[in-house]
Write a protein of this length. Sequence first.
Length: 297
Amino acid sequence: MINPHPGLPELQYVKPASLVEASKFLAEHENTAKPFSGGTDSFVRLRDGVLKLDYLVDVKGLDGTNELSFDPQKGLTIGAAVTMNRVAAHPDVIKHYPNLAEAATSVASYQLRNRATIIGNICNASPAGDTIGTCMVMDGVLRVHGLDGIYSVPLNAFFLAPGRTVLKPGDVVVSITLPVPQEGFIGTYKKLGRNMIGDLSIVGVTVMGYPCNESPSGYRFRIALASVAPVPFEALKAEAALAEKNITEDLIAEAAKVAMESVTPIDDVRGSARYRKFMVRNLTREALTEVWKKLNK
Ligand SMILES: Cc1cc2nc3c(=O)[nH]c(=O)nc-3n(C[C@H](O)[C@H](O)[C@H](O)COP(=O)(O)OP(=O)(O)OC[C@H]3O[C@@H](n4cnc5c(N)ncnc54)[C@H](O)[C@@H]3O)c2cc1C
């Protein structure tokens, strides 16, 4: 029976004083403690009984987790405690990474984005995470603090399965860095939800394109797909098709079809697998056409 008065189960709130303390505590309580940032995924799962814990470890405030900075050599660094609203409103994000601001503002509502973080979106490892595709096509690299200190993980090698990542017991993601974008790039995120705001995606298509002398087509496109496979991923075959020949409407349509053939969606309450496949094709074509037109303005 559905509980008419849902609430959080009793658990201990832990606020470590340092990353070392956080990693040690999390490793010592491997099956009963988890870190949290905004809590917008964790609290819902705890309330619903899907996640059972004795300790929630608050990693906000630890070294580097509040950083939001742009360096013209290094790129954009977003700490684990930085909310989506902070990211989307930051002048350097708007100037250098407008596609990230677009992806972040596609998440739920303003109220939710006041708590939700990009790092939480990534670490939750949902196939539907709206900001993951943009961070992926921009070659994001995660900075992780573990039992042996700091190490880096490229986002493209982070996801293993729905809800599962390469993180080990004791690991805390401190931040993500997106390198300086390619000169003249254009990016977009197409999200199909059941309504205009506030819903997880049925399909999410991220496209980024930029002039590239090394490609026979003169351009390089990156395409990431969400909600259509166990993990968000890059449609590498479709990207390759767009690098080989001059870009035309037909080639874009062909690449969109190749993207559709790379997905393995499921049927669920949001949409059927068949519908998702066709929407991958349609939205990829739409996103590629939009980016291509802007690149040629
Ligand atoms: C009403 C509602 C609507 C939503 N709509 C959307 C939507 O439209 N699009 C979308 O993508 N998502 C949506 N979500 C999901 C959620 O809001 C996002 O995934 C959000 O970005 C999670 O960030 P958070 O900081 O709140 O994560 P948290 O709940 O704090 O953490 C999420 C997961 O990441 C892990 N984690 C968090 N921080 C760290 C860290 N520093 N190191 C290691 N692991 C960590 C936690 O252990 C947990 O497993 C929605 C959720 C709700 C409740």
